[in-house]
Structure formats: structure tokens, C-alpha cells
Design a protein around this ligand. Structure first.
Ligand code: NAD
Length: 525
């Protein structure tokens, strides 16, 4: 197998591949044009984030079978084209976890003891011992938002500093938190009680601006903030204001809403903000580790063994794929609705296939359901291939049942997600069009494409009118509405609104405050 290494990876990884009989060429300053020219000779390509593996590169790569990303994010690879061409794309998740966790600790010490500021002062010829009064970390409370790979490693390490650990992550179990000495709490409890808050969630629709004005208001005076996850999870304008007001005593940022940040970004002008240029994964060990992970994947692939971290879809027969496609869309969207409505932990994912679909190989549909659920929580990097191992890793029980027994429809897919509190959905496909037919006990019938608000309300006069007025006042057009009535007049009923534009959190909050509205969930399908 002939491998082109287009971005620097560790020598050890290259040596390992060569030792295993792979032919490896290293051309790490190659331009896009040159890459397009030479890629036809190669079976495999390794990149980091510099090289853009565009459609043009993939289409030119007639022999290309596997692409490796030595790192996690695959946004520089055209996954869609690679998948269409049956090219496997692998990445190296977890390879930089420890490095990112250690940087977080470094940043924590830096802001608590003002180390970068003190360094600057001494080098500029001053001796200002009083100015750099810091705080001890022992006995302080750290709030970890996101207890995934990195958040967990941060928790493990701060235990040694004798800190109290609070964690907010609605998708992990009490046991996971307990095993690392953290107390699982609500976001509000974490914000109100932490002396230091560190962010370790992926950037998703749900986590964008997760920490904004309202959240800063809840925090203790003199809190420290660290963001080494992704820019935009902490709103930069709100952070600036909270620092200027004195609410936040110091912040450390490795990531920014725009990278590199504009030189006139006001945060960069504040003395109590410590900045680094997105170097969470920039250690020799992380680079070695991601390189070795990719090298091992390539060696396995060359031997015909399965790869572990494929981020795209393996090839399936074109006819079966066509049949399954609308069901995959259906399942993915049912997953999104389920997890959006549940807003919390779940252990069980059950999918039942009825009728014609039960006769097919439904593995892709089940994976699509898991992708819908997990991408809502973990971001767009979850795909059909990675969804299953991630779900297993997180201890999610997946149950699949099949029966040819079905009424009214040719095929029916039923989904239940939960842990104690469960949500049920049923749907089918008419041709290429997925249709959701039931949400819990409520009959609905809609094509899950667009911006939806799902809400429970009391079945009494005026409720729907008030919702209409609210959306009108905020200039949001309601393009469709379904009221799924159950058990006749009165009681609690389900309302489904299709809106032309996403509602702000403020509109959703106002909706829930309306008389007769019990809850409201926005989900983009
Ligand atoms: P992970 O997927 O292992 O963990 C993320 C955790 O966030 C999960 O446990 C998930 O349940 C939780 N989560 C999701 N939505 C949430 C929400 N709304 N509220 C609370 N918790 C939520 O990811 P990871 O490998 O630990 O990475 C965490 C972050 O660090 C990511 O944003 C990643 O891109 C970033 N990262 C940055 C660098 C860097 O160079 N600065 C390096 C590596 C990773």
C-alpha cells in the first residue's frame, strides 16, 4: 500500500508503517495543486489540519482507499465525497485528551497566580510583588462543564489539588462522576457554587453561547473561567462585560469565536485574560499518539483487518442503500427529537422494525438513530460508523426488535429512548419522505424537516392564540401547526409548530411562561 503523508506526523509513526511493509512518501509542504497532481499514485493519505482534502483531491485520487486525519476534527476532509467514493476516513480520537487536560490545569494555575502577567512585569524591569496576589486552589470548588474524555481527566488531576469538584453533563451517569470524585449537579448549581469554571463540551447548537450574560449573573463574584474547548461556547462579549464589571476575576482562553482572533478583540486588551493560540493538542506526546493511532489503523487496513476509528460510512449495495436512506433520515430525526425532549440521561435505546423494513438489513437505520441521539449531545463529529462504538462506550443499552406484523403501513419504525422517564416515537416513509406519526401517546403526522417547537399544553381555549400572538410579536412566522389530541377534550395535549426561523431562548422562555403552556423544546430537523 502506497501512503502519502501530506502534513507532519511523528517519525515513529512513519517508521512503524515502513517496518510493516507500507511504502511511505513524506511531502509535508505540498501545495493543493501538487497534491491533486500526485494523488492518483497513492492508496492512502495522511493529513492533519493544514491539508484540505477537497472533492478535487478525492476525485483525482483514483486509487485512494483510506484517508487518515492525525487528530480529531475532520472538517478539512470532504467526508461526503469520500463516502460516496467508498473511501474510509479514520481519525484519532482521544490521542490529545491528556494534553488538552494538562493545558487546562496550566491555564488554571496561570490565572489563579497571574503567572503570565508577573512574568511580563519582571521582564519589563518591574518588581511588583504586591500586585500579583493570587489565590490558592486547595479547598476551592472547580465546576467542570462536560465530563467527557478531557473533562474526566481534568477532574482526575484536580483531585490531587484537594479541590471540590462539581460537574455538569446531563449525558453522563452519576457513577461516572462519582468514580472521579465529582458531584453531578445542574448547570445552575455549578454556576452558583464554583470558584473556577472550566468548559469541556463540544460545540453544538445546544452549547453555543452556553455561558452568556444570564449565566455570568449566576456566578460567584471573583470567579475564574477557562475555555480550552471551542470558541463561542463562552460568549466573548458577555465574558468581556463580566470581567470589566468585576464579576469574573480572570479568564484563560485557548480558543476563540474567530481564530485567530482579531487583534482589536477587546478581550485581548484585558490584563486578567490569559491567552494561548489553540495549543491544547500541541505536545510531542499528543502528536506522537495521534500519528501512531493513524499508523496502526493503516497497517490494519493494509492487512485487510477492520479499522477502529472510521468516521464515515462503509459501502453498502446501492439498491439497499436507496431503500434505507429515507428510513435513516427518519431514525436520525427521531433520535434528535427524543434526546431534545428528554433533556437528560438515558440508558436505553430501543428500536422496533415492523413490516417490510423488518426484512432488510437495518443496521444502518439503527446507527442513524444513534447518530441522531449522539450528535445532538456530542456534535457533528459523530457519524454512522462511530455512533455505535460511542454508544457502547457510554454504556447505552441498544435493543433491536423485528416483526413483520404491522397495521396500516407497509413499514413502521418505533423508537423508545429513556431511563425511567421514556419517550416513544413512531414513523414511516412514503417514498423518499420520512413521516413521524406518533410522539409519546400523541398522534401527529409530519415530515421532520425544518425548525420545530414541540410543546405540551393544557387543552383549553386561548392557549394556541397566545402562542400565535407571541410568535407574531417576535416576527417568527408559523408555517405549520399540529395539535396531537389524545383522549378527547381537555387534559394535556401536544403541540407541534413548524417555524420559518429558529426561536431565540428568550422566545422559548416566554412561551413556557404563557398560561396553559407546560414546556417547549426547539429542535432543528
Ligand atoms: P467528549 O466527546 O469526550 O466529551 C464531551 C462531553 O460533553 C460529553 O461527555 C458530553 O456528554 C458532554 N456534553 C455535550 N453537550 C453538553 C451540554 N449541553 N452540557 C453539558 N455537557 C455536555 O469530548 P472531549 O474529547 O473531552 O473534548 C471536549 C472539548 O475539547 C471539545 O470541544 C473538543 O473540540 C475540545 N478540544 C480542544 C482542544 C484544544 O486544542 N484546545 C483539544 C482537544 C479537544
Amino acid at each position: 500500500m502506497k501512503v502519502l503523508v501530506a502534513d507532519p506526523i511523528s517519525e515513529e509513526a512513519i517508521d512503524l508503517m515502513r517496518k510493516e511493509g507500507l511504502e511511505v512518501d513524506v511531502k509535508t509542504d505540498i501545495s493543493h495543486e501538487e497534491l491533486v497532481k500526485i494523488i492518483p499514485e497513492y492508496d492512502a493519505l495522511i493529513v492533519r489540519s493544514r491539508t484540505k482534502v477537497t472533492k478535487e483531491v478525492i476525485e483525482a485520487g483514483k486509487m485512494l482507499k483510506i484517508i487518515g486525519r492525525a487528530g480529531v476534527g475532520v472538517d478539512n476532509i470532504d467526508l461526503k465525497t469520500a463516502t460516496e467514493k467508498g473511501i474510509i476516513v479514520v481519525n484519532a480520537p482521544g490521542g490529545n485528551t491528556i494534553s488538552a487536560a494538562e493545558l487546562t490545569l496550566g491555564l488554571m494555575f496561570a490565572i489563579a497566580r497571574k503567572i503570565p502577567q508577573a512574568d511580563r512585569s519582571v521582564k519589563e524591569g518591574r518588581w511588583e510583588r504586591k500586585k500579583f496576589m493570587g489565590v490558592e486552589l486547595r479547598g476551592k470548588t472547580i465546576g467542570i462543564i462536560g465530563l467527557g474524555r478531557i473533562g474526566y481527566e481534568v477532574a482526575k488531576r484536580v483531585r490531587a489539588l484537594e479541590m471540590n469538584i462539581l460537574a455538569y453533563d446531563p449525558y453522563v451517569s452519576e457513577e461516572r462522576a462519582k468514580s472521579v470524585g465529582a458531584k453531578l449537579v445542574s448547570l445552575e448549581e455549578l454556576l452558583r457554587n464554583s470558584d473556577i469554571i472550566t468548559i469541556h463540551v463540544p460545540k453544538t447548537k445546544e452549547t453555543e453561547n452556553l455561558i452568556s450574560e444570564k449565566e455570568f449573573e449566576m456566578m460567584k463574584d471573583g470567579v475564574f473561567i477557562i475555555n480550552a474547548a471551542r470558541g463561542g461556547i463562552v460568549n466573548e462579549k458577555a465574558l468581556y462585560e463580566a470581567i470589566v464589571k468585576g464579576k469574573v476575576a480572570g479568564a484563560a482562553l485557548d480558543v476563540y469565536e474567530k481564530e485567530p482572533p482579531d487583534p482589536d478583540n477587546p478581550l485581548l486588551k484585558l490584563d486578567n485574560v490569559v491567552t494561548t493560540p489553540h495549543i491544547g493538542a500541541s505536545t510531542k506526546e499528543a502528536q506522537l499518539s495521534v500519528g501512531m493511532i493513524i499508523a496502526e489503523e493503516f497497517i490494519n487496513f493494509a492487512k485487510g483487518l477492520p479499522v477502529k476509528n472510521a468516521v464515515n460510512l462503509p459501502r453498502v449495495g446501492p439498491e439497499e442503500y436507496q431503500f434505507l436512506l429515507p428510513f435513516m433520515e427518519l431514525a436520525e430525526k427521531m433520535g434528535k427529537i427524543a434526546v431534545a425532549r428528554l433533556k437528560g440521561q438515558f440508558k436505553l435505546v430501543r428500536i422496533t422494525y415492523r413490516g417490510a423494513i423488518a426484512k432488510k438489513n437495518t443496521e444502518l437505520v439503527t446507527r442513524a438513530l444513534l447518530k441522531g441521539i449522539l450528535s445532538y449531545i456530542l456534535g457533528e463529529s459523530v457519524n454512522l460508523v462511530s455512533a455505535l462504538p460511542i454508544a457502547r462506550d457510554r454504556g447505552i443499552v441498544i435493543e433491536e426488535a423485528k416483526t413483520e406484523d404491522v397495521e396500516h403501513y407497509e413499514s413502521l419504525v418505533e423508537v423508545t429512548v429513556g431511563d425511567g422517564k421514556e419517550i416513544y416515537l413512531a414513523g414511516t416513509c412514503f417514498g423518499d419522505e420520512p413521516r413521524i406519526l406518533m410522539i409519546d401517546k400523541y398522534k401527529v403526522d409530519f415530515v421532520p424537516r425544518g425548525h420545530y417547537i414541540i410543546s405540551l399544553h393544557e387543552d383549553k381555549p386561548g392557549v394556541i392564540g397566545r402562542v400565535g400572538t407571541l410568535f407574531g410579536q417576535h416576527n417568527i412566522n408559523i408555517a405549520g401547526m399540529i395539535v396531537g389530541r389524545y383522549g378527547g377534550r381537555g387534559g394535556i395535549q401536544l403541540m407541534l409548530l413548524l417555524v420559518d426561523d429558529p426561536p431565540s431562548d428568550d422566545v422559548l422562555r416566554k412561551m413556557v411562561e404563557l398560561d396553559g403552556i407546560l414546556d417547549a423544546t426547539y429542535v432543528y430537523l
